[in-house]
Structure formats: structure tokens, C-alpha cells
Design a protein around this ligand. Structure first.
Ligand code: FES
Length: 543
């Protein structure tokens, strides 16, 4: 709304290039639009809301690592009210108090003849408002898919409107100064204007001074509140956000992951400045996913637009209440276009990845002996443990199949890293299972057991499914083989079976572990496998 007001004001000025009559006729339309009860309420309400939100954003701001456009927009936005006070009170205020007819001639006489300094201030004010609005529009519209096509036209408009406005204003001013040499015209015009006098002038000046003081004091108070807020918030504890390079940033609860990146000086893409629109700040949750608040409907909508898997969130919208580890997914130099570019693998791509299957052993026996409530309770604890092991290792939870889980590793990196992550996930699963068995020791006849199979190889990866039941998954021979390896854990009475390819890609020597050649139907060559009795015995392989 304020930007529409500024645009109409500038266009009105531009009519000065035509004639004084044209600029005055434009003003009448301008007043029809804005100086009626509805227009005034909407305009001043929008001004007040805009200013209030700006002060609130200033109070909440946790960092000052901003781009040039953001700095300029903030600086102009907070300068603007100070520049406009005199003009608004001098025109609208005088009109309401003294019935002054604030004709263009009145304003132009003041600005061009009686007090040229105010003319310069008002020109600066109008251009400041325009640039502030244009930057705001740019930060918003550049994320639209159609923006690149319309950009030249929008740029032309952004330059043309203020240029014509200043020229029209100068032309009309020059005409008024010439006319003012005629005493009869000046007397007639002064009578038509009805300048405020005496007590009214004192009231108007007091209103201007009071507004200046109120604006300055509220700005100073807001900045002071912003400075002391972190110290107060830290009394409620801190949340630690860890990054892949090992850095950890502490921030007070309520701060976003993007705030943590800014605070820690960690380069992090954020094209829309943290407004949740561009998706360039997205991160993969490596650890702590179970403690996170669910995404808001707006965040979910943007995540769905890029087909993001469940472990991906927007750093600017994610306000963790507990420690977590994240990995930013886009480079710090990402552009608006990158934000909505669907990763190539989502469209379907053959890629070497590691695939892990884990299955609950003897689940049927357990479910026969337990009440349905207990079965669901145990299953959910088991799913939570397995899911956490996968996401913590950096994998993608593909699906839960009955009492089994399928996970993919290396989708966004490579097979080497994927193999290492899958092995780390297997170790994590064994640990979670031990914890689960300890906590349920009194309720179980015998400990819960799992079987894990891991293989690495080429698979077709992509976003598949329909409607809400769609997501990133993988299909192909390598997937079937991983599932087969998981089934072999029953035959070998062990917890983990991996293909030799996984050990080789991960750089895992596994000396002394039994190796076997197995025949797989449909495969010409036998597959070499390594049998691991307990996945906790696996040596860490590093990142
Ligand atoms: S910074 Fe744009 S969505 Fe987070």
C-alpha cells in the first residue's frame, strides 16, 4: 500500500512536465484516492503496520551480516519517517487543522521560492521512499519464475518513474516561481491556499517536533532492547548447532539455524534474506531430527515444491529447541534460480549409491505374545532408533516396510561416502538396539534382534510415487541385492552382511571376517560378501 501511494505521488509529479493545470488535475484524482476515510485509514494503517513491523524486526534481529541491498533497504526505511514528518504534517496536518488548501502551487512555492532546502529534503524523501520500495519489491519478485523475463521492463520502470517525477516537479516549480513574480497571481494564490497562521502554526510545529522526538526515542529504545535481548535470552540456556566442518555455534532458544550460521560467520545461502521463500538456505538434518518442531504449512509448501525429503528443512524457518547437526545443501553463492532447481537426481538418474535394509528378527513371535498396544510401542521405539541411526549417519530414510526399514546413502555425494555412511548407520543401529534392549529388559522374554544388509552399486534414483505418497527412492538390481543380503543374516546367524564392494568403497579392510561367494539368481558372477556378527564391532571409517 505505501508503495502504491508513493508511485501515484511520483506519477502525479511527472504531470508537471505537461502543465501546472495537469499536475493540479492529477492531484485532485490523487486526493480522491487517498484523502477519503477509507483511503486514509488504509494508507495510515499500512504506514503504522509497516513501521511497527520494521521496529519489531529490528528488535528481533540477531546478526548484522547483511547483503548490500538489505543494508540499503534498512537504512532507507528508518531514515524515511524522519524525512516525511514535515511534509505530511505541513500538508495533511495543515489541511485538517486550518482547512489549508495544499495545492501544488502551495507546496511548490514553499519548495522553490520561500524555502528551497525543504524542496531538496522532499525530493530526497520521495526518492528514498521509491528506492526503499523498489528494493523490497526486487527482493520479493526476483524469486518468481517469470522475473527474468520481465526484469528489463521492471528496471526501465524503476528508473523512468522517479526521473519523470523529478523533471515534472522541477518544471512545475520553475513555472510557479515565474508566476509568483506577478503580485496579483501571488495574492490570488495565497488567498486560495489559506495558509495556517498564529496558534495553528505553533501546533503544527509542536506536532512535528513531538513526532521527531517520538521516532528518535523509539528507534534508540528498540536498538537498546536489541542489544540486551541476547543476554536475557541466554539465561534460558543455549542450543548448539553443529556443522559438517566441525564448527559448533551456540544460540539462544528461539533463534533460527540461519541465525546460527550468521552468528558463527559460516557462509550460508539465503537469497530471500530469511523470509522462507527462496529455499536456498535448506539444510539436511544430520542429528537431532526427532526433537525438531514440525515445519509450518508455509515451509512444507516450499519444501514440497522442491521435492525435499523429510530430513531437509529451511535453516531460516527452523528454530531448534535442542542441539542438532546440520549440513547446508546449497553453496553460499546459490542464486534464486538454484533455490527452486530440483536436484537432478529427483528427475531420475542412475547413480552409484549404498543401500541398507534392516529387518526386525522374530517380529511375528513377539506380536503373537504381546498386546497390540505393546507391539506398537516397541515397534515405534525400534523405528525411532533405526531412523535416528540413518539420519545421524547422513543417510536418507527411504521407507518403512512392515517391520523393516530401507535407507539410501550417497544420493547427494558419492558411493565412497555413501558406503561409509551406511556402515556408520549399521553401527548406530546396533547401538540403538542395545539401548532399546536395556530399557525393555524387564518386558521382553529375549532381547530384540535385527538383521542388516548393505550393498553399493548403480541404482535408478528419483522422486517417485503419487500425491502425498511420493518421495525420493531407488530401484534396480543393487537394491534387490541389498535386500537379499539382509535376508542372508538369518542363514549366517549374524547381525550384518555387506557386499565386499561396500567394504572396498568405504576403505574397510575387515581382516579375519568370514567372506563368502554367493550365487544370486539372474547374476552371472557370484557376489562376495562379508559376514559381521555384531555391527558394533565395525571399525569407524572416517568421513
Ligand atoms: S533464506 Fe530464503 S528460504 Fe530461507
Amino acid at each position: 500500500m505505501p508503495f502504491v501511494f508513493v508511485t501515484t505521488h511520483l506519477l502525479n509529479h511527472a504531470l508537471g512536465l505537461v502543465s501546472l493545470e495537469a499536475i493540479e488535475a492529477g492531484r485532485r484524482w490523487f486526493l480522491y484516492l487517498w484523502r477519503n476515510p477509507i483511503g486514509s485509514l488504509a494508507l495510515y494503517g499500512a504506514f503504522a503496520a509497516h513501521l511497527g513491523l520494521a521496529y519489531w524486526a529490528l528488535y528481533k534481529r540477531r546478526h548484522w551480516r547483511l547483503g548490500g541491498a538489505e543494508w540499503l533497504q534498512i537504512a532507507l526505511g528508518f531514515t524515511l519517517p524522519f524525512l516525511l514528518v514535515e511534509h505530511i504534517i505541513g500538508t495533511r496536518g495543515a489541511h485538517e487543522l486550518a482547512g489549508t488548501n495544499d495545492l501544488y502551487a502551495a507546496v511548490l512555492l514553499v519548495h522553490w521560492k520561500f524555502n528551497p532546502a525543504t524542496g531538496i529534503i522532499q525530493t530526497v524523501a520521495l526518492l528514498t521512499a521509491w528506492i526503499h520500495g523498489v528494493i523490497g519489491l526486487y527482493l520479493w519478485l526476483r524469486l518468481k519464475p517469470w522475473y527474468p523475463r520481465w526484469q528489463p521492463l521492471l528496471y526501465a520502470g524503476a528508473l523512468l518513474v522517479p526521473t519523470l517525477s523529478v523533471l515534472g516537479y522541477a518544471d512545475a516549480g520553475r513555472a510557479v516561481v515565474l508566476l509568483a513574480d506577478d503580485p496579483a497571481w501571488l495574492e490570488e494564490t495565497n488567498r486560495a491556499i489559506g495558509w495556517p497562521r498564529g496558534e495553528t502554526v505553533r501546533i503544527l510545529i509542536a506536532a512535528m517536533n513531538g513526532t521527531f522526538i517520538a521516532l528518535g526515542a523509539s528507534l534508540a529504545l528498540t536498538l537498546a532492547a536489541n542489544l540486551v535481548r541476547p543476554a536475557i535470552e541466554r539465561r534460558r540456556g543455549v542450543v548448539r548447532v553443529s556443522y559438517p566442518d566441525g564448527r559448533t555455534v551456540s544460540l539462544p532458544p528461539g533463534g533460527s539455524v540461519l541465525d546460527a550460521s550468521r552468528q558463527g560467520g559460516i557462509p550460508h545461502a539465503s537469497v530471500c534474506g530469511g523470509r522462507g521463500r527462496c529455499s536456498t538456505c535448506r539444510v539436511r538434518i544430520v542429528r537431532g531430527a526427532d526433537m525438531l518442531p514440525a515445519p509450518s504449512p508455509e515451509e512444507s509448501r516450499v519444501l514440497a515444491r522442491i521435492g525435499a525429503p523429510a530430513e531437509v528443512r529451511h535453516a531460516c524457518q527452523l528454530r531448534p529447541a535442542a542441539d542438532l547437526a546440520v549440513a547446508p545443501l546449497l553453496p553460499p553463492t546459490a542464486t534464486a534460480r538454484d533455490g527452486f532447481a530440483r536436484p537432478i537426481y529427483l528427475q531420475g538418474q542412475e547413480k552409484d549409491i549404498a543401500i541398507l535394509f534392516v529387518d526386525f528378527r522374530d517380529f511375528t513371535k513377539l506380536s503373537e505374545k504381546k498386546l497390540p498396544y505393546d507391539v506398537v510401542f516397541v515397534l515405534n521405539r525400534y523405528f525411532a532408533g533405526m531412523g535416528e541411526a540413518v539420519t545421524r549417519a547422513g543417510g536418507h530414510l527411504d521407507k518403512f516396510i512392515g517391520d523393516g526399514v530401507m535407507a539410501l546413502f550417497g544420493i547427494e555425494s558419492d558411493a565412497r561416502r555413501g558406503s561409509r555412511e551406511a556402515l556408520a548407520a549399521a553401527r548406530g543401529m546396533a547401538d540403538r538396539l542395545r539401548e532399546l534392549n536395556e530399557s525393555l529388559a524387564h518386558d521382553l522374554d529375549q532381547p530384540l534382534r535385527i538383521g542388516i544388509g548393505i550393498h553399493v552399486g548403480p541404482a535408478i534414483v528419483g522422486a517417485m510415487g503419487y500425491g502425498r505418497v511420493s518421495g525420493v527412492t531407488a530401484i534396480g538390481d543393487a537394491v534387490n541385492l541389498a535386500s537379499r543380503l539382509e535376508a542372508l543374516t538369518k542363514d549366517y546367524r549374524c547381525q550384518l552382511v555387506i557386499s565386499a564392494a561396500v567394504a572396498s568403497r568405504a576403505g574397510l579392510a575387515l581382516p579375519g571376517r568370514p567372506r563368502h561367494q554367493i550365487e544370486i539368481r539372474g547374476r552371472g558372477e557370484p557376489v562376495e560378501i562379508v559376514v559381521v556378527e555384531d555391527a558394533r564391532m565395525l571399525e569407524p571409517t572416517g568421513g
